[in-house]
Design a protein around this ligand. Structure first.
Ligand code: ZN
Length: 302
């Protein structure tokens, strides 16, 4: 299980959302049998979705991040709920490219030119939708641009996934800093300096004491580490500790409902030609099997 914290600085200039999401990303990588590059892309999107999920107000609020490009990864999608549940998938979990010119996994290259759509279901009649062109496909800058363009919100997003040589997830984490309307100029300057000098999040996570097994305390220690050189008046204070975890809410009933939408003609064809159907949840890869009698019963319900 992963913990996230929400913090507010002493001058009330900005809010910080921070998480160590190593377990979440490891679970997704195991389920989707990802290459390191796919794990990095999917892991960053899942981590960001988890943080943006806990920003939502009500329990049934839901958020979807959908990255779509002309690169070989094609699409990465993640859905998160305000209670910290996250699920997601990458269209091509076997995507593989040479490292980029910085020697890093080329997530931007794997997505290519494309767009990011954010869908927020806040329990109203229509969900809120915002779409922007991808900045570089590296996820963090795309989300920073999304906050600025679609939500008129000055934010800074940092995301990191470190894949070890044995293909396990060594560390993963994310931070979103949101400036508040009456932010002090000094706070903006202090943050700019901090972000400019900040080592990668995964490096900082790797430096945390291994012996501290309490996930919440580890995130708090990470927060302290990130802000250690920031002046006293802009030090963040933790408001809340939250949970972020992988969970898929698929069920046989949901898959049946999906079958109901394919139409009589196609379903009749499946019954006559295959006599059965096996459908897989694209999020958790769980397989649902329907025999002939099941399919006939669904046809009858149409
Ligand atoms: Zn599922």
């Amino acid at each position: 299980m992963n913990k996230a914290i929400i913090a507010l600085d002493r001058s009330k200039s900005f809010r910080v959302y921070l998480t160590i999401s190593t377990d979440l990303v490891q679970e997704a990588a195991d389920i989707h049998d990802t290459t390191p590059l796919a794990a990095a892309g999917l892991g960053r999107v899942l981590t960001a979705a988890g943080l943006m999920g806990i920003m939502l107000k009500d329990a049934d609020n839901k958020l979807t991040l959908h990255f779509k490009g002309d690169g070989p990864a094609k699409q990465i999608l993640a859905t998160a709920y305000s209670d910290g549940r996250v699920k997601g998938y990458i269209s091509n979990p076997y995507v593989d490219l040479p490292l980029n010119d910085k020697g890093k996994l080329d997530v931007g290259g794997s997505l290519g030119v494309g767009e990011l759509t954010v869908i927020k279901d806040l329990g109203m009649r229509e969900p809120y939708t915002g779409t922007i062109a991808l900045v570089d496909g590296e996820i963090a800058d795309d989300l920073t641009a999304y906050f600025y363009i679609s939500e008129q919100q000055n934010s800074s997003v940092a995301l990191g996934v470190k894949v070890e040589r044995d293909l396990s997830i060594g560390a993963a984490g994310g931070m979103i800093i949101q400036m508040l309307p009456d932010a002090e100029e000094g706070a903006v300057d202090a943050l700019e300096k901090m972000i400019g000098e900040m080592p990668p999040l995964t490096t900082l996570i790797s430096q945390l004491a291994e012996d501290d097994q309490d996930a919440g305390k580890r995130v708090a220690a990470l927060l302290q580490k990130i802000f250690k050189d920031v002046p006293e008046e802009y030090q963040p204070e933790i408001l809340e500790e939250r949970e972020i975890r992988w969970e898929c809410d698929c069920s046989r009933e949901r898959i049946e409902n999906a079958l109901l939408t394919i139409g009589r003609k196609d379903l009749t064809e499946i019954i006559e030609e295959d006599g059965q159907a096996e459908l897989q949840c694209q999020f958790c890869c769980k397989k649902y099997h329907f025999n002939k009698d099941d399919l006939v019963a669904i046809l009858d319900r149409m």
